[in-house]
Design a protein around this ligand. Structure first.
Ligand SMILES: *[C@@H]1O[C@H](CO)[C@@H](O)[C@H](O)[C@H]1NC(C)=O
Ligand SMILES: *[C@@H]1O[C@H](CO)[C@@H](O)[C@H](O)[C@H]1NC(C)=O
Length: 380
């Protein structure tokens, strides 16, 4: 083989290796030239600081059964009173943000993209070209502008919240994250609260519940959803760039809600942020897929001082062995609770163990018991 061909082959090999090892390496430059973000998940320092990563990853046992995990919840609760560790929270948040850049790329904004950009799909090849119209529908920057909220709630939809009486505590926090268009109807308010600042909406749920927003009937159904939830949502977070499957439907949702001047603002999750978040927690022992719920918790840790997590319970029994519905609103909207595959349940159980460890470290608070009711003082 001639030396020339050898060199060529080497060059090709190096290039291929480069492609393989840099699959998650981004440089983003937005319309605002001051925003320049480089994320390199191949860097050895990517992920939580090593001491923390070790601690977190040893807390996740992928072969633990549901009963094992419930047992460790009980042990943890008996052993110590929970306290937020403000100093640790601050250090952790700064480190997390330096890697996943939530303040800049949590959602698509006019500061982190411009017309002509190609937004990569999270799963699947290629990307979506941002045109002038789509660009004009995006907020100019993150609403909070990088400010930190003091107390936040991330509210999962597990039936564990039934009769929990946690609504008042949830509603008392400064920013409330919810999942998958949870219907905050008055009948749930005692247990889940009524206010919502941000709620996620995935493509599958949108299709099942509201089918076609182009049709007046379905638009009305969506409008009802929005008005029935009296105190929100303010933001609806969708992920049109996770796969190609629901891209158009979710972009249509944004356009329709905007055109109809409905109250909430639909915002688009940035796939690069999702990817960076998944990679970050992968370094701490989670797999390479993540539930929307854990993603919201991670984002809340980026944006808030004190994060309390409610309604996360990926088990079919409570601590006393009583049945727990998978979804709080199972009876109202049966189609809300899709069948969960064993795989996604396993994943949620691993994530739950991670939450438990974060709770133990005082980085967040995980509520798995009914909330203490403020006693009504009898008037004489
Ligand atoms: C993980 O859980 C399984 C099942 O309960 C248990 O047998 C095993 O010892 C655990 N592994 C570790 C490292 O704790
Ligand atoms: C996300 O990361 C994976 C590798 O972990 C990569 O294959 C995929 O292209 C990335 N997605 C985006 C949107 O960059």
């Amino acid at each position: 083989m001639s030396p020339k061909i050898k060199t060529l082959r080497m060059a090709l090999l190096t290039f291929l290796l480069f492609l393989m090892t840099t699959s998650l390496r981004y440089t983003l430059t937005g319309g605002d030239v001051r925003v320049r973000i480089v994320i390199d998940s191949t860097h050895k320092d990517f992920g939580p600081p090593p001491e923390l990563a070790t601690l977190l990853s040893t807390s996740v046992n992928h072969s633990s059964t549901g009963r094992d995990v419930i047992h460790s919840v009980n042990t943890l609760q008996r052993s110590a009173r929970h306290e937020f560790n403000s100093r640790a929270i601050q250090v952790f948040r700064n480190q997390l943000n330096s890697q996943v850049h939530t303040a800049e790329i949590f959602i698509l904004t006019q500061s982190n993209t411009r017309p002509g950009d190609r937004i990569p799909y999270y799963r699947g090849r290629g990307g979506y070209n941002i045109d002038q119209t789509l660009y004009s529908l995006q907020p100019s920057k993150m609403a909070a502008g990088g400010d930190i909220f003091d107390r936040c709630s991330v509210v999962g939809n597990s039936g564990i919240l039934k009769d929990s009486g946690c609504g008042r505590e949830i509603d008392g926090t400064d920013f409330i994250f919810r999942l998958n268009l949870f219907p905050t109807l008055p009948k749930f308010a005692d247990d889940t609260g009524a206010r919502t600042h941000l709620v996620t909406c995935d493509g599958a749920t949108l299709s099942k519940k509201f089918l076609n927003l182009g049709e007046p009937l379905w638009r009305q159904a969506f409008q009802n959803y929005v008005t029935n939830s009296r105190y929100g949502p303010v933001l609806i977070l969708t992920s049109p760039f996770s796969t190609r499957d629901h891209t158009q439907k979710l972009l249509d949702l944004q356009r329709t809600v905007h055109q109809q001047r409905m109250r909430p603002t639909v915002v688009l999750g940035h796939p690069v942020h999702w990817n960076a978040t998944v990679e970050y927690w992968n370094r701490a022992g989670l797999g390479r897929t993540m539930s929307n719920g854990f993603y919201l918790v991670s984002s809340a840790l980026s944006l808030c001082n004190k994060v309390t997590v409610f309604g996360f319970w990926p088990f079919t029994e409570d601590k006393q062995g009583r049945h727990v519905d998978f979804h709080m609103a199972q009876n109202v909207w049966p189609h809300l609770s899709h069948e969960q595959s064993e795989e996604s349940l396993d994943r949620m159980r691993a994530e739950f163990q991670m939450l438990l460890e974060l709770h133990r470290l005082g980085l967040l608070r995980l509520v798995t018991d009914p909330c203490r009711r403020i006693p009504v003082i009898a008037t004489v």
